[in-house]
Design a protein around this ligand. Structure first.
Ligand SMILES: C[S@@+](CC[C@H](N)C(=O)[O-])C[C@H]1O[C@@H](n2cnc3c(N)ncnc32)[C@H](O)[C@@H]1O
Length: 286
């Protein structure tokens, strides 16, 4: 039996009010995540990767110039990262997370990722909704973007919150041997530290648009997803990524023999994700 032998593109407008799992298994759904999540069945997902807009609140109309060398910085601001206020952002995150929690199995876990801009808000909303936090994991970027203005620290980390659906969820997946091996690679100690050394996505892995510019401003490295998936899922598990970007979760899920459901609202990212996943040969179960 081959796992994840195909990937499907599904438009949210083609789905009914009550979606059967088989209609969306191993698919990228083009649509709004809250709208789509509301139509998915309850208690079906084993793990969630939650990588929402950061709400960076960059100054409007200003061009960022590199300190010293006076060249322009590619702005990471995108239309999907703009919200009118913290209240609007919080409402959006809360409505996504409430539906995400409903579709999770009782022992499923969720990884939410963000920076100082948003992760504290996300953590509070998660606790208010009933998620039980197991760890925060610090992704230490060994090659971070410098702070071009030179007015504050270079932001070399992102925070991942790892949580279970409910406080009394006990039998969640934690592959401690894999966690120890990654720690050995990073720090020379087999102690499953919650600090991971991983470069940001660059080089051939970084998708480019027709002008040769990066296609997505926050494409996550496959190594990050590999650790998350290896440590917190089993072969054949179902992984949900409700804001999938260019599909990094699906790429690694397919490579590691896990099922996936991805949702993304931007058509450019959906088609890039589809092509990326189609290029990966189906994996055999281990
Ligand atoms: C931080 S990025 C995710 C990057 C992704 N992990 C990757 O490696 O490519 C957040 C994504 O959420 C998408 N997004 C924002 N609001 C959305 C919504 N309401 N429904 C679906 N996708 C949404 C954006 O288009 C963006 O691609």
């Amino acid at each position: 039996m081959l796992l994840n032998s195909s990937v499907r593109l599904v438009k949210s407008s083609e789905l009914g009010d009550h979606v059967e799992l088989g209609e969306v298994l191993d698919s990228i759904i083009h649509g709004d995540c809250v709208d789509v999540l509301k139509r998915l069945p309850s208690n079906v997902v084993d793990m969630v990767f939650f990588d929402p807009p950061y709400f960076l609140q960059l100054p409007r109309g200003k061009r960022l110039v590199r300190w010293g060398v006076r060249t322009l910085v590619e702005s990471p601001e995108e239309y999907w990262d703009i919200f009118s206020s913290f209240e609007e952002y919080d409402r959006f995150i809360a409505s996504c997370l409430a539906e995400v929690r409903r579709v999770m199995k009782p022992n499923a876990t969720i990884w939410a990722i963000g920076t100082y801009h948003n992760i504290f808000r996300i953590g509070r909303i998660m606790q208010d909704l009933g998620f039980w936090i197991l760890n925060d994991v610090i992704w230490f970027k060994v090659n971070p973007m410098p702070n071009w203005l030179g007015v504050r620290f270079t932001n070399a980390t992102e925070t991942l919150i790892w949580a279970v659906r409910d406080r009394d969820s006990k039998k969640y997946t934690f592959n401690k041997e894999a966690a120890r091996n990654y720690c050995y690679k990073d720090w020379g100690k087999k102690l499953a530290y919650n600090v991971w050394r991983i470069p940001i996505c660059s080089g051939a892995e970084r998708l480019k648009d027709e002008r040769g510019k990066r296609l997505h401003p926050t494409q996550k490295p496959e190594e990050l997803m590999e650790r998350i998936i290896t440590i917190s899922t089993k072969p054949g598990d179902l992984i949900l990524d409700p804001m999938a970007g260019v599909g990094t979760t699906g790429v690694v899920a397919k490579r590691l023999g896990r099922h996936f459901i991805m949702i993304e609202k931007d058509e450019r990212y959906v088609s890039a994700a589809l092509n990326r996943i189609l290029a990966i040969p189906p994996s055999k179960p281990s």
